[in-house]
Design a protein around this ligand. Structure first.
Ligand SMILES: *[C@@H]1O[C@H](CO)[C@@H](O)[C@H](O)[C@H]1NC(C)=O
Ligand SMILES: *[C@@H]1O[C@H](CO)[C@@H](O)[C@H](O)[C@H]1NC(C)=O
Ligand SMILES: *[C@@H]1O[C@H](CO)[C@@H](O)[C@H](O)[C@H]1NC(C)=O
Length: 418
């Protein structure tokens, strides 16, 4: 065996032992005070990928300029006021080699002042900084991974003033994740700095077997369940359909401190129609999903900007009960019915009729209120969420009649009267 493999095995054994000693006692979900509601912010990956050519593309390459510009815009354009808080670096920020002491080093040309400098400016604007790492030996983009450097990297991130870590799972076998992700949580905790921990762990397993989500929630604030989002309605639809199946029972695991993450919002990007953008906002809101935009806030147009800043949509996403909604029914071939219990507990209900059909006109939905779970005899006021239009007062036996555009939604809230 070569040296590296021996080291590998020793480290693996050490982690396994360490896990047994320190971690097996834990019976409840991670509570580090963070993510009491789904975190909100901006994340570079979907839109900016691993664009590192700052000579050719200075505005869009992964560099301190990109994150500082977005931080500026989050504040100036009103996103911060409605709750978007994290500015998150994704892959390709690091140098290809670790420094002489083994620690991660940001690319010196693209982050000439270092990450601490970036964190300080971002904090001075009342925002938070997120960073990206990978549990394996390399990141997905081929930059240094954290395997065998977990403690050092956790400390480096804390020293830099980082507030959130997305830990990806390329370049490792999946079996190691069951102790590696918990080990990183242990080391993050030991730094004493509250760092919101986003794990890609289940996303690397869910293709073959159902992850143990209760176990994952013991160590992660949020976790990516499934494939990366791409800039297309097909991708959004595929993610929604996958989440609607609730394989492995992840929906019930969500709650204050721990949320499933279906990946970034692509509202304001290239591909989605206005209706499709509303659909993504509505379903991400019903699912209590983290809301991380990945778009160009410099050039975004008014309609997507208004959708992203819609306070009623955000309020449902951020409902303090933190209950994740789910698909409860299907009408005909194409209309999915989703509901989410919101505050006050056991009383009001947010709901979505999602039209996955493509027939060229709005679909008429007639649906009895009680089937949404709205069963109080006192009745409900129903309001459309995006525009606040009052639809009417309803008893639980009444039918709600609405139309739903192709690849669009009707997003409503039934407010308990009583
Ligand atoms: C570390 O873990 C303890 C116990 O779960 C928790 O109370 C504390 O807030 C955590 N600290 C940090 C910095 O995450
Ligand atoms: C319900 O709607 C009616 C009619 O618009 C209104 O008078 C009433 O105040 C509303 N009640 C609640 C609790 O919103
Ligand atoms: C909704 O449609 C049903 C069936 O067509 C009808 O019986 C009901 O009166 C309608 N409800 C409202 C509030 O218009």
């Amino acid at each position: 065996m070569v040296d590296a493999q021996v080291k590998d095995m020793m480290m693996a054994k050490m982690y396994a032992l360490f896990l047994l000693l320190c971690l097996s006692e834990r019976s409840v979900s991670l509570d580090n005070g963070l993510a009491r509601t789904p975190p909100m912010g901006w994340l570079s990956w979907e839109r900016y990928r691993c664009n590192i050519d700052c000579i050719k593309d200075p505005d869009n390459c992964i560099s301190e300029k990109l994150y500082l510009d977005m931080a500026d815009l989050l504040v100036k354009e009103g996103y911060k006021d409605v709750g978007y808080e994290y500015v998150n670096i994704d892959d390709c920020w690091a140098s290809k080699e670790r420094g002489p002491d083994g620690s991660l080093v940001p690319d010196p040309d693209r982050f000439p002042h270092g990450i601490k400098y970036l964190a300080d400016i971002i904090h001075s604007k009342g925002l938070k900084l997120g960073i990206y790492g990978d549990f394996g030996t390399k990141t997905c983009g081929g930059y240094p991974g954290s395997k065998f450097y977990l403690q050092l990297d956790a400390q480096t991130f804390a020293d830099w003033g980082v507030d959130m870590l997305k830990l990806d799972g390329c370049y490792t076998n999946t079996e190691d994740m069951a102790y590696g992700y918990p080990a990183m949580e242990f080391f993050l905790n030991k730094t004493g700095r509250p760092i919101l921990y986003s794990c890609s762990w289940p996303a690397y397993i869910s293709g073959t077997t159902d992850p143990d989500y209760a176990q994952i929630a013991k160590y992660c604030n949020i976790w990516r369940n499934y494939a990366d989002i791409q800039d297309s309605w097909d991708s959004v639809k595929n993610i929604i359909e996958w989440f609607s199946q609730d394989k492995g029972g992840f929906t019930k695991i969500a709650g204050p401190g721990n949320f499933n993450d279906p990946d970034m919002l692509i509202v304001g990007d290239y591909s989605l129609s206005y209706d499709q953008q509303k659909a993504q906002m509505a379903i991400w809101s019903i699912m209590a999903s983290p809301l991380f935009m990945s778009n160009n806030l410099r050039t975004i147009s008014d309609n997507p900007k208004a959708l992203l800043q819609n306070k009623a949509v955000i309020a449902i996403n951020q409902d303090p009960l933190g209950i994740q909604g789910s698909k409860i029914d299907q009408i005909g071939k194409y209309i999915d019915v989703w509901t989410r219990p919101i505050s006050p507990k056991g009383k009001s209900i947010a709901f979505v009729f999602l039209n996955l059909g493509t027939a060229g006109g709005p679909y008429e939905v007639t649906y009895k209120l009680s089937k949404l779970g709205a069963i109080s005899p006192a009745g409900y006021n129903v309001t459309e969420v995006f525009n606040g239009n009052f639809i009417g007062m309803f008893k639980s036996q009444d039918y709600l009649n609405v139309t739903v555009d192709p690849s669009g939604v009707f997003f409503g809230v039934a407010t308990f009267l009583g």
